[in-house]
Design a protein around this ligand. Structure first.
Ligand code: SF4
Length: 325
């Protein structure tokens, strides 16, 4: 297991039961001590007794921090590699293009934190003060927190079980001095895992405004989005809509459009109709999106004439409209 560089004068975020199994349902959940994952766990007796079903002591502190955050939006995807973190970064840059809007990006893709690289701040470190951990700022009104800032090297793999991940997410919400934010964008790992359950649990008091689901046109990606929508419904998160990424390819030279990932089963449009959610828009492939992410610059600023930029901006406008902003 790798060592994580901790900002000084900050309590250890990982002081959670290290002996809990990977799929621990949470010691305060109704399934504590009773789920399949609990079989053989050394805490099973105490968890099953109900003694652990106390409200998480972090919740009041999280609620206090989050009262200064106007909108909290989750960015989800069923699969990896569909452009979720790139979308999160563009959304962050687009919000922050307005000097009057304060935006935060919280990267809880703990095993694959890519937000620092995409935003061009991979070499930065987190600092702490008496008011908590300071986000790393891309610009004055765009702050970021990611476990990526705490790794000794970008080559290090993180192999943490659920309770450790939960501990860090709790700390990101409780101890990061986000200040007053208009938008907090939470970039989550693909699928529905411990990190998703943690976010939902920790933000249940302060509320989540909605989730944006990112997919590509192929059925293999859409299948997983169905599960993601189901997850949102089960935990009571409003689905703001779907974004279809890699939706056609517009040649930057001749402007001819071709379908690289053909939507043989109708793509996100059909899925949105089937599941009763809104298709926020479709972003065509543009090789310069990847280049911008590698160089840590805003694609929207660099290539304002790209059809992909037009698509991003239209989606972002729609998200604001849905939220009533
Ligand atoms: S810590 Fe409690 S809730 Fe978690 S797996 Fe063990 S018995 Fe189950």
């Amino acid at each position: 297991m790798i060592a994580v560089r901790q900002p000084s004068a900050v309590p250890d975020p990982l002081s959670v039961p290290a002996n809990a199994p990977e799929h621990c349902p949470g010691t305060e959940s109704d399934l504590a001590g009773k789920s399949d994952a609990c079989a053989g766990c050394s805490n099973q007796e105490i968890c099953a007794s109900g003694a652990t079903k106390q409200p998480d002591p972090a919740l009041p502190f999280i609620n206090d921090r989050m009262k200064n955050v106007k909108r909290k939006i989750l960015i989800l995807s069923g699969k990896g590699g569909v452009g979720k973190s790139t979308f999160t970064a563009q959304l962050g840059w687009a919000f922050a293009a307005d000097d009057n809007i304060q935006t935060g990006i919280m990267d809880v893709d703990i095993c694959g934190p890519s937000i620092p690289l995409i935003l061009g701040i991979a070499s930065e470190q987190v600092h702490s003060s008496s008011s908590g951990w300071s986000p790393v700022y891309v610009q004055d009104n765009l702050g970021v927190m990611s476990v990526g800032f705490m790794l000794p090297s970008s080559r290090d793999a993180i192999m943490w079980r659920g309770p450790k991940k939960n501990g860090l997410i709790s700390q990101f919400l409780k101890d990061v001095d986000w200040g007053d934010l208009d938008y907090l964008l939470v970039d989550t790992p693909p699928g529905t895992s411990d990190e998703h359950l943690s976010i939902v649990q920790y933000l249940k008091g302060s509320g989540i405004d909605g989730a944006v689901l990112i997919t590509t046109p192929q059925e293999v990606a859409l299948q997983d989005v169905r599960r993601e929508i189901d997850f949102c419904r089960k935990v009571g998160i409003r689905v703001l809509g779907l974004v279809e990424n890699m939706s056609g390819f517009v040649c930057p030279s001749c402007k001819t459009e071709s379908q690289i990932f053909k939507p043989f089963t109708g793509g996100a449009k059909r899925l949105a109709e089937e599941m009763g959610v809104e298709l926020l828009g479709a972003v065509p492939l543009d090789p310069r999106i990847g280049k911008s992410a590698d160089y840590g610059v805003s694609f929207l600023d660099e290539y304002p004439d790209s059809p992909a930029t037009a698509a991003y901006l239209s989606i972002i406008d729609r998200i604001k409209e849905i939220l009533g902003d």
